[in-house]
Design a protein around this ligand. Structure first.
Ligand code: ADP
Ligand code: MG
Length: 252
């Protein structure tokens, strides 16, 4: 690797070239992604929009090492994922944080223990101050007074915030969030996206958010719009906000 491409690899969190993805075979085959090119710098906050079925989740799960790359190149934090071994993918996943729509909390574990699961996948279960780290993560999402609560005693929005704390406690390099504010009121939605923004600014954390929530568009550096497996718009947020004010920003 020459010096220039080395620098580029460090600077880019995600570097995608000619990425396509299909599901199924023959007549029932669905082309979920068509020839995507995309570069995302470290510390960028990206919002991904687009109608249902446009390929947002497929793109997120490919970058997040949750499914195998079929065609094209996905470089995550400098590592090529196409053809990577399961061991490599596992090692990469430890550097990532996931917040998905179904928050998948363990019913029999308290909020604090659920957040601890986010440390265990990072191989840091022996960390002496795990309790401090988990408590702090829960305090950051305004749940410092719910540490010992089981999920059944928490509201939908509170469970969602436990999932956010679990995703962030291991200090991931890249955070993937699929509709993270859908279950949250305005105040808590703002709290969560402000957390993302601070991590991006202070730790160079890269954040990819799938959302339709217009209240949080301002948190992003860029807004990508997908349609039928392609990225059809890639707007710096200033331009996107101006377009929205002019009424030109699509509502999906
Ligand atoms: N596991 C799967 N098996 C078959 N088709 C799928 C699967 N996952 C997604 N698809 C199809 O791929 C396309 C993109 O889906 P998806 O990435 O989930 O879109 P979005 O997240 O934007 O709603 C859709 O046509 C969807 O039906
Ligand atoms: Mg989806």
């Amino acid at each position: 690797m020459d010096a220039q491409s080395g620098e580029r690899a460090v600077e880019l969190a995600v570097d995608i070239g000619h990425l396509s993805h299909r599901f199924g075979e023959g007549e029932t085959q669905v082309r979920a992604l068509s020839n995507i090119d995309l570069q995302i710098r470290r510390g960028e906050v990206i919002i991904l929009m687009g109608p249902s079925g446009s390929g947002k989740t497929t793109l997120l799960t490919l970058i997040g090492c949750l499914r195998s790359v079929q065609t094209g190149s996905v470089k995550l934090l400098g590592q090529e994922l196409n053809g990577a071994s399961e061991l490599t993918l596992m090692a990469m996943r430890r550097r990532l944080g996931f917040i998905f729509q179904a928050h998948n909390l363990h019913k029999s574990l308290t909020a604090l223990q659920n957040v601890r699961m986010g440390l265990e996948v990072h191989g840091e279960s022996g960390l002496r101050d795990w309790r401090d780290a988990c408590e702090q993560a829960l305090r950051l999402v305004n749940l410092g007074n719910r540490l010992e609560f089981l999920p059944e005693k928490l509201s939908g929005g509170q469970k969602q915030r436990v999932a956010v704390a679990r995703a962030l406690v291991g200090n991931p390099d890249v955070v993937f969030a699929d509709e993270p504010t859908a279950a949250l009121d305005r105040e808590n939605g703002r709290l969560v996206v402000d957390l993302f923004r601070n991590l991006a600014d202070q730790r160079q954390t890269t954040v990819l958010i799938v959302t339709h929530d217009h209240r949080i568009m301002d948190v992003a550096d860029r807004i990508l719009k997908m349609e039928e497996g392609r990225i059809v718009e890639d707007l710096a947020v200033d331009a996107a906000v101006l377009a929205a004010e002019g009424g030109a920003m699509p509502s999906t």
